[in-house]
Design a protein around this ligand. Structure first.
Ligand SMILES: Nc1ncnc2c1ncn2[C@@H]1O[C@H](COP(=O)(O)OP(=O)(O)OP(=O)(O)O)[C@@H](O)[C@H]1O
Length: 261
């Protein structure tokens, strides 16, 4: 696979090379190439059905691409999955958790699965539960968690082995503002210490305030990528996004029947 970096440069945190996926007649991802340098926070944005989740699923080894390749810190996700996955923490779309475990048990399970010693798992679990505002609910069954709490425990599970790359599908969805702020602080700190984050979101203001790089996907193709300033080109990200994607809200004449008077 083509590496766009010079031989002696550090490998990118994530490199996607002409990834493609089709579901029956539907082309979900159409030859998408993207490089995410280490130490950056990239926001992946695009309209509903653009192919973001499919891309992230292929990037993280959850969905096998029809064509193309993905590499995490130089390790091919499909040819060397153990090395790639050891370096990556993933918050997938529509997380399926073992919900008959308590939050603390779920973290312990994930920590032990990552070969961490028992005491280290306990230490990291306690600090993650605390940082994410779940300290009082570590003994509650995940089945009894709210949607936002499930998102937070899934994020904690993705962090417990201190990965170098975090791939997060809509990490702020259903999360309250206080927890959202805590998650932002965790992600900023993670990147400041050399980690890399790739997150998808529909909230342009959030991407604008948190990310230093943006990739815009539409119809399974990358239509823009670069630093935040390069992509927004003097406008707000929201304005640029609407211009690029061309799905400006219509006046709603077809909904005239909805007007009551
Ligand atoms: N398992 C599947 N079977 C059939 N079609 C699928 C499947 N998964 C995704 N698709 C289709 O592929 C396209 C891309 O879907 P995907 O979930 O990747 O988009 P997305 O950008 O994440 O959307 P959203 O912002 O709404 O979450 C859509 O047209 C979707 O209907």
């Amino acid at each position: 696979m083509t590496q766009p970096t010079p031989v002696d440069a550090p490998p990118p945190a994530l490199h996607l090379e002409r990834l493609a996926k089709r579901f029956g007649p539907k082309v979900a991802v159409d030859g998408l190439t993207l490089t995410v340098p280490q130490g950056s926070m990239l926001g992946l944005v695009g309209p509903n059905g653009a192919g973001k989740t499919t891309t992230l699923s292929m990037a993280t080894g959850l969905l096998r691409p029809d064509h193309g390749a993905a590499a995490v810190l130089g390790h091919d996700v499909w040819r060397d999955p153990a090395a790639a996955k050891a370096r990556m923490g993933v918050l997938p779309d529509g997380v399926h958790l073992f919900d008959r475990l308590t939050g603390a048990e779920l973290l312990r399970y994930n920590g032990l699965l990552r070969s961490l010693p028992e005491e280290e798992v306990a230490r990291r679990s306690a600090s993650l539960l605390e940082a994410l505002g779940l300290a009082g609910t570590g003994g509650t069954l995940v089945a009894d968690y709210s949607a936002g709490m499930r998102k937070k425990i899934a994020l904690a599970s993705a962090l417990i082995h201190a990965p170098r790359l975090l791939v997060l599908d809509e990490p702020f969805e259903a999360v309250d503002p206080v927890s959202g702020e805590a998650i932002r602080a965790i992600l900023r700190d993670f990147v400041a210490s050399g980690g890399t984050v790739v997150l998808s979101s529909h909230v342009m203001e959030l991407v604008e305030s948190l990310c230093d790089r943006v990739a815009v996907v539409a119809d399974g193709r990358l239509i823009a990528a670069g630093t935040l300033d390069e992509v927004r080109a003097g406008a707000s990200l929201q304005e640029r996004f609407v211009q690029m994607v061309g799905q400006q809200a219509q006046g709603g004449e077809s909904l005239a029947w909805l007007r009551t008077s």
